[in-house]
Design a protein around this ligand. Structure first.
Ligand code: SAM
Length: 287
C-alpha cells in the first residue's frame, strides 16, 4: 500500500485516486492550480484544479482520437488551429500529418507548457521545434476574435471543462467566431466530457454549435482516466465532411498522410465506428 495518494476532485461524491511515487511540481499560475506527479501505475500525471488532465500511460487514446479523426474526415486539411492542449500531444499528432503546412496552438497558461516540457516531454516530442508550428500563449477566445475569415481547415479544442478559465470556449461567441474563421469545408472538434456523468456538457455544446454549423454530431473514445465510460468528442462541420466516411476512404487518406500503422487506439475502423453512439449518448444531441 502506497503512503501517499492523490484524489481527483472532479465530482463531489465519486472519483479515482492515484498512488503517488513522487510529487514533481506544485504551482499556482495566474489561471489555475497545477500539480504534476509521478504515479506508480500511469507514469507522470498532469492535474489542473484537482482534475486529471493527462497521464503518460493513456494520453494516446484521447490525443489520437481528437486529432486524427477531424483531419482525416476533412481529407485535405492544411491549416490547423489548436486551442488549449498545453501538454503538446495534439500538436505532435497534428504535425504527424504530411499534408498539414501550418499548426497554430493557442494555450492560455504558459506554466502548463513549461511544466509539460519539463515533466511530460514524451507527449509532445519534437513538435515544439517543428517549423510548421506556431505556439502562442494567449486566450483562445481572443485569438479567434481577431483571426481572419476562412483561415483554418480544422479547429481542435482541447480545453479544460466549462468552469473557470475554459468556460469561454463553450460560448456562442466562441463558436460563432470558429465558424467564421473556418474555410468552406472546415470543421471543429472539442472535448465534451463523459456523458454518463456530464451529459449537460454534450447537450449544451451541441445545441450552441447547431446555431452556426449545419452538421453537428459527436464521436466517442474510451479513455481510462476520464472515468465514467465513454468520453464524447463534439464534431461540427460547415460542409460535407461529416466524419462517417467508409473505412477504406479513411485508410487511403491516412496512408497518404503517413499516419497508417503509427497509432495505438485510432484505426480507420475505429474512426468510423466511433460515430456510432449508444442511445443514452445519442439522445443528448439535437435532432
Ligand atoms: N486533454 C486533457 C483533458 O481534456 O483533460 C488535457 C487538457 S488541458 C491540456 C487543457 C488546456 O486548456 C489547459 O492547459 C488550459 O490552460 C487550457 N485552456 C483553458 N482555457 C483556455 C482558454 N480560454 N484559451 C486557451 N487555452 C485554455
Amino acid at each position: 500500500m502506497a503512503d501517499s495518494w492523490i484524489n481527483e476532485t472532479l465530482y463531489p461524491d465519486w472519483g479515482q485516486r492515484f498512488a503517488v511515487r513522487r510529487e514533481l511540481a506544485r504551482v499556482t499560475s495566474d489561471f489555475q492550480d497545477i500539480v504534476v506527479f509521478e504515479s506508480s501505475s500511469h507514469g507522470n500525471v498532469l492535474v489542473l484544479d484537482g482534475v486529471i488532465q493527462i497521464t503518460e500511460r493513456d494520453e494516446f487514446v484521447y490525443q489520437e482520437m481528437l486529432t486524427h479523426v477531424p483531419i482525416l474526415a476533412h481529407g485535405s486539411a492544411k491549416n490547423v488551429l489548436i486551442i488549449g492542449a498545453g501538454d503538446g500531444g495534439v500538436l505532435r499528432r497534428v504535425l504527424a500529418h504530411r499534408g498539414v503546412t501550418r499548426a497554430v496552438m493557442v494555450e492560455i497558461d504558459g506554466e502548463v507548457i513549461r511544466l509539460s516540457k519539463e515533466f511530460l516531454p514524451g507527449i509532445a516530442g519534437d513538435a515544439w521545434n517543428d517549423p510548421r508550428a506556431e505556439v502562442i500563449v494567449g486566450d483562445g477566445i481572443d485569438y479567434v476574435r481577431r483571426a481572419p475569415d476562412g483561415a483554418f481547415d480544422v479547429i481542435i479544442v482541447d480545453s479544460t471543462d466549462p468552469i473557470g478559465v475554459g468556460e469561454v470556449l463553450f460560448t456562442d461567441e466562441f463558436y460563432a467566431n470558429c465558424a467564421r474563421v473556418l474555410s468552406a469545408e472546415g470543421l471543429i472538434v472539442n472535448q465534451c466530457g463523459v456523458p454518463f456523468m456530464q451529459a449537460d456538457e454534450l447537450r449544451e455544446t451541441s445545441l450552441r454549435r447547431r446555431q452556426f454549423f449545419p452538421h453537428v454530431s459527436a464521436y466517442v473514445a474510451a479513455v481510462p482516466t476520464y472515468v465514467g465510460g465513454f468520453m464524447t468528442l463534439g464534431y461540427a462541420s460547415k460542409g460535407d465532411a461529416i466524419g462517417t466516411q467508409d473505412a477504406a476512404t479513411i485508410a487511403e487518406r491516412a496512408e497518404r498522410d503517413g499516419i497508417l500503422g503509427t497509432t495505438r487506439y485510432w484505426s480507420p475502423e475505429v474512426h468510423v465506428a466511433s460515430f456510432a453512439l449508444p442511445p443514452y449518448i445519442a439522445r443528448e444531441l439535437p435532432k
